[in-house]
Ligand binder design. Sequence first.
Ligand code: GTP
Ligand code: ZN
Length: 347
Amino acid sequence: MTTRFSLSQWGWSPFFQQQLTLAESSDYLAARVIAQHRSYLELITELGQRKLTLTNAMPTLAVGDWLLLYEDGRFYRALDRLSLFSRKSAGSKLSEQLIAVNVDTVFITSAMNRDFSLNRIERYLALTKEAGAEAVVVLTKSDLCENPEQYVTQAQTLDPFLVVEPVNALDFSRVKSLMPWCKSGNTVAILGSSGVGKSTLVNTLLGQSTQQTGSARDDDDKGRHTTTSRSLHPMPNGGVLLDTPGMRELQLANCESGVQETFSDISTLAEQCRYKDCQHESEPGCAVQQAIENGSLDSRRLESYLKLMREQAHNGASLAERRARDRSLSRYYRSVLNESNKFKKGR
Ligand SMILES: Nc1nc2c(ncn2[C@@H]2O[C@H](COP(=O)(O)OP(=O)(O)OP(=O)(O)O)[C@@H](O)[C@H]2O)c(=O)[nH]1
Ligand SMILES: [Zn+2]
């Protein structure tokens, strides 16, 4: 028996559909990467799960990618991405490692207790914006907090248009405010530091899903998603949750535009500084310092901005150094090769 899977349950949306020609829509099978292994990918298609062996002819693919397959299951092409999270990793052959792609919405999670930190929220906002995804700030542990509104107000100071939702991650009825993003065709990921309630939120958002879609979620009828290593999990209202360990180790590197976007108030002020390369420290004519003096900008926010800019520049620089080293090494190999070829020819 074949179970038919609805692609929209796995995040298929008009953004992907519109990339297909008519012929492609009828002749090829759309597939999404739901897990990544060393030599192969696990895919979901309308006809169920598939394995795809990696070959050198394929582009680098990641969890969340959408592909088209030939009828016999071979790789045809990958579709354009909506968003991309990557990690700059030392030691690996590629210095940039794809973590996850095609995430629509990130739930930036923070607990409403002593651990609450605007700086950390800003860090995750910068990462999310750099990746090209939409951010929703989810404040957990509302049941343990006397005055949740106070935290919501604080988070809102970061950006008046920021969506901030207080929840009790343990209780499905208290995460209902997140349902607008847990809908058909939408892929959600969760970022946040340790202990804020990410796993709890994942379980609560999926708990319903396990009950409602039951065995239809696995080809082999094993039921619960915990029996597989996959990183994508359908939610009850049709959205899909992307939960992959790499998201927890994301760093700021080459995130300048993400940081600038998160701190657009500061970037706008900086345009009015007297010097183009103003560091907003003690230079005369600094519009940013002036805003702090007249109370329209919080000094905490400037410090957070400067720290994140330094950090992303530092990580980015070490990445650039590594790339340069790799390049000079390959130049060296090439020159050795050329020399030995010349030597052979000369003989
Ligand atoms: N009362 C209450 N407890 C919560 C809430 N969210 C999480 N917790 C509890 O907080 C603890 C930490 O939650 P986790 O879900 O493990 O946190 P995490 O973010 O996944 O942590 P890491 O796995 O370390 O990254 C657990 O004991 C949860 O039961 C909430 O909204 N209300
Ligand atoms: Zn300045």
